[in-house]
Design a binder for this molecule. Structure first.
Ligand SMILES: NC(=O)c1ccc[n+]([C@@H]2O[C@H](COP(=O)([O-])OP(=O)(O)OC[C@H]3O[C@@H](n4cnc5c(N)ncnc54)[C@H](O)[C@@H]3O)[C@@H](O)[C@H]2O)c1
Length: 382
């Protein structure tokens, strides 16, 4: 039985507010942990909406100002589930108040913001993590384990994609509730910070540092009405981004993301090609990865489709029986469970803020290159 409480104050009750809360509620049902999250308070600007969320999901109380939430003595950890322009101020205030900080990705809008967050985390020493949840898809975690054995041999290529199609309509407004991702002031960037950040985090986790990049970005719809002001305004985000890069290990990378790929909703993929073997994965079929091993006998050699549901595969001993799938929401349960286990052991939960800062550096180098067409060093240190 868990004997220790981790009292959560969550800011934001939208998409991520729900996924994280589901993680807090489920983790102890499936994982054997000393700590148990307690849903102390939910914070949002609208009292009615925050109260409705708190009632539905089981939070004990409500705040309408995140500063008040941070001042409370009965909160141990602040979970930031708000748009990107709020991450910096909330995280820094929370860390200065001695709270643990769990922050959604991207860590911030810019490297400057992210670096300030890391500096305060380092000064205060509070426990922290950034929710790059795709690391905790069991198939992706297993790919990491296989790559780390060296089984693939020398790595030549890494490619990643994140394709969507929800902003093709030129009449879609920008800004405000549900559409803050289109407003550069709130989001910091378009697909680069929102989608490619996931690919970059996965890529550097699996294949090491990205050292330099060159990119092409495009904004297809140049003006949109702002939802809050009703004014037509220039669109400041990148609607699409393609970049190529060098990894520190000598391999080449290419990445593509867009919200204009008609038919694609969340096609997040990666493929890694080594001297001896290759692995590829696709979020739309997240319980599987494909594996090609050149050392197989030639007559039966081919891409194997591996169903990652057996008990000796990452996280899967905690769920059902071999052959039965889990889904997207489980990645957040896993991140909560790992965070709680690391509280017990004192281990650093990855990605921590410093690691998420490295992804931010790649994003910024990509965006800079999108502007000037030049190669940019990333300055990543892993
Ligand atoms: N890890 C992932 O896969 C993933 C997926 C989606 C979003 N995200 C990230 O999570 C964050 C939130 O995205 P979302 O999709 O949940 O957005 P959302 O629009 O669904 O929810 C945002 C929430 O923040 C609240 N909010 C906005 N400003 C606030 C403020 N000043 N004070 C208090 N509450 C405020 C809104 O009312 C809303 O409840 C973003 O940083 C986003 O990039 C991560």
């Amino acid at each position: 039985m868990p004997s220790k409480e981790l009292r959560i104050g969550i800011v934001g009750y939208g998409f991520m507010g729900r996924t994280h809360t589901n993680g807090y509620k489920r983790a102890n049902d499936f994982f054997d942990l000393e700590y148990r999250p307690v849903l102390k308070a939910a914070c949002g600007r609208s009292e009615d909406k925050t109260k409705a969320f708190a009632d539905q999901w089981g939070y004990e109380s409500v705040e309408t100002d995140w500063q008040k939430l941070i001042e409370r003595d009965d909160i141990d950890a602040i979970d930031i589930c708000t748009p990107n322009d709020t991450h910096h101020d909330i995280a820094i205030a929370a860390a200065k108040a001695g709270k643990m900080v769990l922050c959604e990705k991207p860590l911030a809008r810019t490297v400057a913001e992210a670096q300030e967050m890391v500096d305060v985390i380092n000064e205060t020493g509070v426990k922290n993590t950034c929710w790059y949840n795709y690391r905790r898809v069991p198939a992706v975690t297993l790919a990491k384990k296989i790559i780390d054995t060296g089984k693939l041999g020398r790595i030549f290529h890494f490619r990643g994609q994140f394709l969507q199609d929800w902003t093709i309509d030129a009449n879609l407004p920008q800004g405000g509730a549900a559409l803050w991702r289109l407003d550069v002031a709130a989001a910091g960037s378009g697909v680069t910070g929102d989608l490619l950040a996931h690919n970059i985090d996965t890529a550097m986790w699996l294949n090491g540092a990205i050292t330099r990049v060159t990119a092409r970005t495009e904004t297809f719809i140049k003006e949109r009405t702002h939802q809050l002001t009703g004014e037509k305004q220039a669109v400041g985000i990148d609607d699409a981004c393609i970049f190529i890069c060098d990894f520190e290990n000598g391999s080449l990378g290419n990445f593509e993301s867009t919200r204009y790929a008609r038919g694609h909703k969340a096609l997040d993929t990666f493929e890694i090609n080594g001297e001896h073997a290759s692995i590829r994965w696709d979020l739309h079929d997240l319980n599987r990865f494909e594996f090609f091993d050149h050392s197989d006998e030639s007559t039966v050699r081919g891409w194997r489709s591996i169903h990652v549901t057996d008990g000796d595969m990452p996280y899967m001993d905690k769920w059902w029986v071999p052959g039965l799938c889990i889904g997207y929401e489980h990645t957040f349960v896993h991140q909560v469970a790992d965070f709680l286990k690391d509280l017990e052991t004192g281990a650093v939960t990855q990605p921590d803020f410093n690691n998420a800062l490295q992804t931010q550096k790649v994003c910024e180098a990509v965006l800079e290159s999108g502007k000037d067409g030049q190669w940019h060093d990333t300055g990543v240190t892993l």
